[in-house]
Design a protein around this ligand. Sequence first.
Ligand SMILES: NC(=O)c1ccc[n+]([C@@H]2O[C@H](COP(=O)([O-])OP(=O)(O)OC[C@H]3O[C@@H](n4cnc5c(N)ncnc54)[C@H](OP(=O)(O)O)[C@@H]3O)[C@@H](O)[C@H]2O)c1
Length: 545
Amino acid sequence: MNTWKSSDPTCIVIFGAGGDLTRRKLIPSLFSLFLAGKLPDRLLIAGLDRKPMGDEDFRRQLRQAVETFTGRAVDGTRWREFAANISFAKADFDDPSAYAALKTRLEGADKSWNAKAGRIFYMAVPPTAIATIAERLGRSQICADAARARIVVEKPFGRDLESARSLNRTLTGIFRESQIYRIDHYLGKETVQNILAFRFANALFEPIWDRRYIDHVQVTMAEQVGIEHRGSYYDHAGALRDMVQNHLMQILCLIAMEPPVSFQAEEVRNKKVDVLHAIRPILKDHVHEVAVRGQYGEGWIEGKRVAAYREEPGVSVASSTETFAAVKLFVDNWRWQDVPFYLRTGKRLPARVVEAFIRFRPVPHQSFPSSAVEAWQQNALVIRIQPEEGILLRFQAKHPGQHMSLSQVDMRFSYCEAFRTTPPDAYETLLMDVMLGDATLFMRADQVEAGWAVVDPILEGWQDIAPSDFPNYQAGSWGPAAAEVLIAQDGRSWLLPTILEDTSLRPQVSAGCVLSEKLGAPAGVPKTRPAKARDKPRNKNRRRG
Ligand SMILES: NC(=O)c1ccc[n+]([C@@H]2O[C@H](COP(=O)([O-])OP(=O)(O)OC[C@H]3O[C@@H](n4cnc5c(N)ncnc54)[C@H](OP(=O)(O)O)[C@@H]3O)[C@@H](O)[C@H]2O)c1
């Protein structure tokens, strides 16, 4: 429902304004949009939280947060102009009087602007608080005008299929689906969106983008950090809920979806839901055949000793929460029948990296002498989502010399080199889209539920049988041995993320691009390559994929 323009008067109400997300992402992104002249002149950012503080304290904290999380000094004059739009009110989200006060505040803004402002209600709160806030908003009639009210809900959306359905029922009982923006911030990333551009704006790859030419797909989403300050949340979530059900499933959808007829939000979302519906259901009794879980023990990362998961603050000493998950999925349709999609994610892995590999089938006939093809490997397309975003195409070339000998070479596209600009933060893109009423990058109710339907049997299977071997991988390693077995039993192997390969192969990053700082790539990423992987001959490491 796009009935108000982004330049129209707007009130952004942040529930949970005293929390981490507001400081780390929302306010830095809103300030950046303000500096770029993209926010309306008549703007109110109303923060609500139970922490007591005045407007000035709140603004001071936010300014500090912008400096901390952007790593840049803030221009005082511009900040004051921006901060004049910000106010704070102490509120308990269970308390009806907080909503009465909010209603008065928003009506006051309408009156002073002599206009009916758009209202965005941002849920920067723990998932358990969302239903209560939505119900109270509904009861107080603050969001009664469907044409100018939108609600933004953060991930995780539910903790299983049943709770996601229940939350959807609550939200859709108060808001229309077109008013609900379910965020998976991964979809706001430029490189994730570029998968669509790469596939559907180029005639070159789509004809071979199917089971006839593609052997398998693998996506690695590795984090080097542990659970940081999120122990009490994470210990009730785990890697499957935190990363697989949303981020990894989104990347799978973008790789596997059919070409949309148009880039209308509903059309793109329909095509993604089709993929989720086509994923072969996992039978609870067969979970061990397609899914592996792990939990990190103590270990070494970048020369520093790090604690085991069970020693982290907020985590139970006998926790059976997984910090690593690997799954094998099949998309049962004409395009993908029997092509495995291997997804893995984990904490305390050797590096922070997200890459998708599309591994093509071997050539049908090898015409070169066997001496020429000793180092031969199947073609691969590597989509680098983080860090050093770009795309690599791996193919065979003749090694210089009198003899015919083939070697693998890379053709590289680097986002940073090609465009010489820093992409906007995902939250800038998504906040702007909420204001514009463009839901393409947000998840629809059925999409969220379809994602849960895929992982629910795994969650249930794991819940029924407590892991007996946790911790089963060392911090700083690539996860449990069982993850290697999961893929090795199909005659394949996990590929070392390309970012960790020989430094001499890495593209020269131009001086204008400060990727590591901006994107949080750990300094000296190549150094973090585990000795085990580094000691392997590179060809051996890649050959089997
Ligand atoms: N932080 C991130 O980078 C990030 C990234 C992606 C998604 N998310 C999602 O965003 C949401 C918010 O995360 P967060 O990290 O900002 O959490 P957070 O730091 O705990 O912030 C939530 C804020 O809401 C307040 N609050 C909670 N219940 C309340 C109530 N009943 N009445 C009044 N205030 C209440 C909390 O106050 P107390 O501190 O007193 O409890 C806290 O200030 C979560 O769903 C999270 O999964 C966060």
